[in-house]
Design a protein around this ligand. Structure first.
Ligand SMILES: [Fe+2]
Ligand SMILES: [Fe+2]
Length: 194
C-alpha cells in the first residue's frame, strides 16, 4: 500500500467562511504559497546535488507548482488584484522546520516529509474550498490544484523511500502526523492557506 501521511484534523466551517469572505486575500496568499513551494523544490536540488535520483522529480514538482502559480495569478489579474509587496512569515512552515531533526541525514528525511504532509494539508484545504465555491470556473481551478497536491503528497514519500528504509519512513511519518496536527490547531483562523 502506498505510504502517505494522514491528517488528524480537518478544516472547519469557520475557516471556510473566513476564506470565502476574504477571497482576494486568500488568492494572494495562495499564489505566494505556490511560488514558495516551487522555490523549495529548487532549493532541495541546490542543497542535495548528489541525490541524483530525486532531481528530475523535484524539477517536475517545481514546474507543476509554477503552473499553479500562473493559474492563480491569472485569476488574480482578472479580479484586478496584485501580489502582496511583502510576504508574511508562513507560521505553519516555520513551526514545522523547528520540529525537524538537526542531524544532516535525518534532516534530509524530515525536509521531504514536511513537504509531503504540507501537500496533504494543501489537498485538504483546496478540496474544502473547491466544495464550498459556487463559481464553476473557480471550482475547476481548485479541483485541478487539489488533484495535483494529492499526487505531490505521495511523490515526496516516494522520494524519501529512495533513500531510507520503509520502516524508518513510516515511523517518521507518524511523528509528523502528530506534529502537523498540533501546529495546525495552534494557528489562528485566517483567510490564508495555513
Ligand atoms: Fe501547488
Ligand atoms: Fe504541490
Amino acid at each position: 500500500m502506498a505510504l502517505i501521511p494522514q491528517l488528524k484534523t480537518f478544516s472547519s466551517q469557520d475557516w471556510v467562511d473566513i476564506v470565502l469572505n476574504n477571497f482576494d486575500e486568500f488568492l494572494q496568499d495562495h499564489a505566494d504559497g505556490e511560488r514558495k513551494v516551487a522555490a523549495n523544490s529548487m532549493g532541495l536540488i541546490a542543497k542535495y546535488p548528489d541525490k541524483v535520483e530525486m532531481i528530475p522529480h523535484l524539477a517536475q514538482n517545481a514546474i507543476e507548482e509554477l503552473v499553479h502559480f500562473k493559474m492563480v495569478y491569472k485569476l488574480m489579474l482578472e479580479r484586478g488584484i496584485q501580489l502582496r509587496h511583502s510576504m508574511p512569515k508562513d507560521e505553519y512552515a516555520v513551526a514545522m522546520i523547528k520540529k525537524a531533526h538537526s542531524g544532516r541525514v535525518e534532516r534530509f528525511l524530515d525536509r521531504l516529509l514536511i513537504v509531503s504532509i504540507s501537500e496533504v494539508r494543501g489537498k485538504e484545504r483546496f478540496g474544502t474550498i473547491e466544495n464550498a465555491l459556487d463559481d464553476p470556473k473557480l471550482k475547476a481551478l481548485y479541483r485541478k490544484i487539489r488533484i495535483d497536491e494529492e499526487k505531490h503528497g505521495s511523490v515526496f514519500v516516494d522520494l524519501a523511500l529512495m533513500y531510507f528504509d520503509r520502516d524508518i519512513v513510516e515511523k517518521r511519518i507518524k511523528y509528523w502526523e502528530e506534529v502537523e496536527d498540533e501546529i495546525f490547531n495552534s494557528l489562528p483562523l485566517r483567510p490564508l492557506l495555513h
